[in-house]
Each structure stands twice: as structure tokens, then as C-alpha cells.
Design a protein around this ligand. Structure first.
Ligand code: NAD
Ligand code: MG
Length: 396
């Protein structure tokens, strides 16, 4: 068995740490060759000490010199680099064959695209990268000739439930009619709309079933996360948007489903633990121990499913509109949402105004065809500028 050489973009985050947890249990299968983080230097240093990658990347020069000092003190010879271009170097120069794309947000796009072009096995957690660049990213995967394995639990579940020979081409849909993405509905599913105005970042980040980074936790509360996931599913699986459905399933046991022409519905179930999809992606097509406890069906009181209330979750509605508009609309949606969520988390933007910021950006900027990286990065920058000035005008 060849040992997989793994680069982890975003190794200090929730997905990154879970990935290292799976890898730690399988030293005969996986070798870590590159680790990257933005600012958590001490955590990254501890990871380097344990996994001894060839390359470690941080955001800036100050972080790099702090990391170098910490590693030299332990006689670790990892090469320390910094800045956005170094993330690409971690993918292209570390000798990796597998890249875990687990940076949060648009910052992950360029290195993830580099992994696609270089023909790596791409384990995609960074859904924002695909939402921003859709067609361009899928094209890069095709040209690179690597394997794209979804790590987002819903998409990983669908991937597991699709026929082996399924492809994006409708001729190869092999009886698949619909994809059903499940959503917990987040912590405020049952709150009356009047109570949402005073939601704090701490309340929004306390997800009932999953432990995740702060940005995706807020996205789960607003259900923008599910909206991004609908767009992600559209690009990954190539079904028309009206065949991609969202179901509220508060127990987070069924991670998603595929409905077939003959009346069958296949579901993937499990504990809400990201190590299951991560282990699946790392070892595919084999199955390895993920360190996840068994699902005990007899201890589950019930599994329930319902339609989402779009009036309660305007962000989900905005994502559907952006998906239908196409072109750079999803890029604009994503960028404005990143600005709004950061403002909610760090500078007191009221929770209910996250959706307003996104709506304002989508109303202000006309989408254009998303045919090059340059166009996409320009749309991203423009949407950030529009969203930021709207945030400032609200807070004044
Ligand atoms: P997180 O905030 O816990 O971790 C993010 C990682 O990215 C950290 O290592 C951080 O240092 C790095 N990073 C952040 N900004 C960066 C920048 N500008 N440049 C370089 N590195 C940067 O986030 P997470 O919860 O691990 O989520 C990561 C991605 O996976 C997101 O796209 C999220 O939507 C997706 N995802 C996460 C989960 C989950 O359970 N956490 C589930 C499904 C999908
Ligand atoms: Mg998900």
C-alpha cells in the first residue's frame, strides 16, 4: 500500500484538527507533508512537532519568525513560509498527492484551485471556494485529472449514496432523480422571529449537534450554510437546481439522501462527527477506522423531517436566488456573507442584518459571466467593498 502524502490547508481549524486525528491513527497509510494556518502559531508548532511536515505556512512574516523560533528550539527542520502564494507552494512543492482544503472562506480558493489543476486528490471542505468559482473549479479538476471527494457531511453522504458510475452527464445519472440535503435548522430553528434581533455571537456559535469553526456556525444558524451547500451540490453532482431539495432534520443523523426513479431513497446515517467523511475521503475507496462511535438506532427517540420556512431563513432564499441567477451571483453572495458574518462576530452588526447586507450586495451588483479567475476575484472584491460600506452605513 502506497503511503498517501497529505497537505492540509487550514490544519489548525476544526476540520484540520479532525483530519490530523484520523491521520494520527493510521501512520502506515498517511504522511503529512504540509500544514498551513493563518494565526494560531502555537497550535501549528505543536502539529509540526508531532507530524514533521516538509513545509508549514502561516499568514505573515511575524507569525513565520515566531514559528521558526519555536521549531528551531525543538530541532524540527520544517521549512516555514508565509503569505497567500506560500499556500500554493504548500500544494505544489511539498510532494503531496492529497490536499485537504479546509481553509475557511474565499482565502482558500487559489490554493484549492492549484490542487485541482495539479491533479491532486482534493478533499473539499472549503465549500466557499467551489461556490465562488463553480464551473472554473470543476473544469480545473477535469483538466488536472485528480479526484474530487466532498468532505461536507451532506455531500459526502450523497457521494456515498450515488451509483458508482454516476457522472455529471445526465446520461450517467443512472436513475437518480433528486438530492435531499438535510439541515439541523441550527440553534434558532424554533425561536419566534421577534427573538432573533438580540442574538449574540456566542448564541449563534453554539450549534446543537456539531462543533465547528465560528464562521460556519453562524452560517448554520442563518441557514446560509445550507444555501451555500445547495450551490456546492449543484456543481459537484450536476443535477438541475430544482432537483436539489433541503429538509430540516433536527437530529442530524441522516446526513443526506438520494431519491431514485424506482421509488428507492438511499440515506447515509451516522454520528454527527466530521471524522467519518474525512476518513472516507482520505482512504476512498477503502473504509478505515475513523475513531467515531457507533450509531445506536435503538437509542434514538425519533427522526423527523420538515420543509424549511424560507420566511424565517432569508439567507437560504438569497442563496437560491443567487444560484438561479448564476454567473458571478454566487461569488457576490459568498463575499457579502463573509463580510456580514465577520461584522456580526467582531463588530456588533445585529444578527438580523446579516441577510440585509447580502441582499444589498446582490441588489447593487449585476452578476456577469464567471469565466476566469480574474473575473471571480474582481466580483469578490467588489462585493466585499459594497457589503463593507453598507455595514458601516448601518452602524453609523
Ligand atoms: P475554522 O475557522 O475552524 O478553521 C479555518 C482554518 O483556516 C484555520 O486553520 C485557519 O488558520 C485557516 N485560515 C483562516 N483564514 C485564513 C486565511 N485568510 N489564510 C489562510 N488560512 C486561513 O473553520 P472550519 O470549521 O474548520 O471550516 C473550514 C472549512 O470547512 C469551511 O469552509 C467550512 O465551511 C467547511 N466545513 C466545516 C465543517 C465543520 O464541521 N467544521 C463541516 C463542513 C464544512
Ligand atoms: Mg455541511
Amino acid at each position: 500500500m502506497a503511503v498517501r502524502q497529505v497537505a492540509i490547508l487550514g490544519s489548525t481549524g476544526s476540520i484540520g484538527v479532525n483530519t490530523l486525528d484520523v491521520i494520527r491513527a493510521h501512520p502506515d497509510r498517511f504522511k503529512v507533508v504540509a500544514l498551513t494556518a493563518a494565526k494560531q502559531i502555537e497550535r501549528l508548532a505543536a502539529q509540526c512537532l508531532e507530524f514533521k511536515p516538509l513545509i508549514a505556512v502561516v499568514a505573515d512574516a511575524q507569525g513565520a519568525s515566531q514559528l521558526s523560533r519555536l521549531l528551531q528550539a525543538q530541532q524540527i527542520s520544517t521549512q516555514v513560509l508565509y503569505g497567500p502564494q506560500a499556500l500554493v507552494t504548500a500544494v505544489t512543492e511539498s510532494g503531496c498527492d492529497t490536499v485537504m482544503a479546509a481553509i475557511v472562506g474565499a482565502a482558500g480558493l487559489v490554493p484549492t484551485l492549484a490542487a485541482a489543476k495539479a491533479g491532486k486528490r482534493v478533499l473539499l471542505a472549503n465549500k466557499e471556494a467551489l461556490v465562488m468559482s463553480g464551473n472554473l473549479f470543476m473544469q480545473a479538476m477535469k483538466e488536472g485529472g485528480g479526484e474530487l471527494l466532498p468532505i461536507d457531511s451532506e455531500h459526502n453522504a450523497i457521494f456515498q449514496c450515488l451509483p458508482d458510475r454516476f457522472t455529471q452527464s445526465p446520461a450517467d445519472h443512472l436513475g437518480v432523480e433528486e438530492l435531499w440535503l438535510t439541515a439541523s435548522g441550527g440553534p434558532f430553528r424554533d425561536l419566534p422571529a421577534t427573538s432573533l434581533a438580540t442574538i449574540t455571537p456566542e448564541q449563534a456559535c453554539a450549534h446543537p449537534n456539531w462543533v465547528m469553526g465560528r464562521k460556519i456556525s453562524v452560517d448554520s444558524a442563518t441557514m446560509m450554510n445550507k444555501g451555500l451547500e445547495v450551490i456546492e451540490a449543484f456543481w459537484l453532482f450536476g443535477l438541475p437546481l430544482d432537483k436539489i431539495k433541503v429538509l430540516i432534520h433536527p437530529q442530524s443523523v441522516v446526513h443526506s439522501m438520494v431519491r431514485y426513479r424506482d421509488g428507492s431513497v438511499l440515506a447515509q446515517m451516522g454520528q454527527p462527527d466530521m471524522r467519518t467523511p474525512i476518513a472516507y475521503g482520505l482512504a476512498w475507496p477503502e473504509r478505515i477506522d475513523a475513531g467515531v462511535g457507533q450509531l445506536n438506532l435503538t437509542q434514538l427517540a425519533s427522526l423527523s423531517f420538515s420543509e424549511p420556512n424560507l420566511a424565517q431563513f432569508p439567507c437560504l432564499n438569497l442563496a437560491f436566488s443567487a444560484a438561479r441567477a448564476g454567473g458571478t451571483a454566487p461569488t457576490i453572495l459568498n463575499a457579502a456573507n463573509e463580510v456580514a458574518v465577520a461584522a456580526f462576530l467582531d463588530s456588533g452588526l445585529p444578527y438580523l442584518q446579516i441577510a440585509q447586507v447580502v441582499e444589498h450586495a446582490l441588489d447593487t451588483i449585476a452578476p456577469i459571466e464567471a469565466n476566469s479567475l480574474e473575473t471571480i476575484l474582481q466580483a469578490d472584491a467588489q462585493a466585499r467593498a459594497v457589503a463593507s460600506s453598507f455595514v458601516h452605513s448601518i452602524s453609523r
